[in-house]
Design a binder for this molecule. Sequence first.
Ligand code: NDP
Length: 347
Amino acid sequence: MSSNGSLGWGLVGASDIARTRMVAAINGQPDSRVVAVMSSQLERAQHLAAESWADPADPIPRAYARLDELLADPAVDVVYISTTNERHYEQTLAAAQAGKQVLCEKPLALSVADARGMVSACRAAGVVLGTNHHLRNAATHRTMRRLVAEGAIGQPLAARVFHAVYLPPRLQGWRVARPEAGGGVALDITVHDADTLRFVLNDEAVEATALGARQGLASEGLEDAVMGVLRFRSGTLAQLHDAFTVRFAGTGFQVHGTEGSLMAQEVMTQDPGGRVVLRRENGTHEVDVGEREDLYVRSVRAFNAAARGQGDPAATGEDGVRSLAIALAVQESMRTGCCQTVADGTD
Ligand code: NDP
């Protein structure tokens, strides 16, 4: 930690999400700064470091080509891992061993066992592990969680997630071409649905069944579209449609209960927009979701607090294990044609 008490963040991965969202979210906090970036290609790290994303007069001070160099930097307190998915596991273990706090991108890993290993390693090292599931930071989803918990719709019976989008051309790389990097729609999009459903319903998925397809973008061995159904412990059923290939559907999230329905539009996005409607016997009205904040800013703020020993990250490592377990069950169901039990996410 610097002498003024600011947390130094090191970026592991010169990624699109670091560049477009996270640098500004970290530097926008009064108590944290990005102090270093690492890429397997030094020029990529240097390029990101030199870009004036937050403040033209204040570029990221150091660029590294090796993880051990970044982890040896005493100014780095927190590591943000946003490399391709197959690298998250080893990089998290190394960061924990170096005593750094870790905010890791979703999916945490490519297997539940590895994700559990990440949680255990961070726990053993006494460092915080967070999963960067941004959607649970949205005022819309937080409001729906509260309303469900308060009984506004009675007993939840069913949920529907509409998360079929068009993958921007700049991101049509490893996600649609490299199974070994953890590409495919389930590990990219379904994993977010899984976390948001768990969060809003405050329930755990136990079973998954799904059909997947290749509809124009994905290479052999990967799916770019999926429709699936989850069964939750309470008996609630959830239906999801996720895709990289649908340009005009818009997104949505609905929960239908014995006493009412919550229907949210344009809420499965990176921005804090969208609206929520509550329909009950006495009519339909728009829900006031309160103050809307950038989802990544809220994620970083909660992580900074957790790193200082105050509370938990918005999504913990355990949350990341559980969302991964659901996404993997959906993926396995697509590939085998069989209903899958969701692996228990606990140690
Ligand atoms: P990118 O494809 O932009 O970056 C991933 C890695 O690919 C980088 O770490 C980099 O490796 C390498 N890379 C980047 N640009 C190039 C290039 N031009 N040529 C060759 N290699 C390159 O990934 P995303 O930012 O889309 O995703 C990164 C992670 O973040 C994933 O785990 C993803 O699931 C997650 N994500 C999460 C989101 C959220 O909202 N929570 C949203 C988007 C992504 P190196 O670092 O070695 O240079």
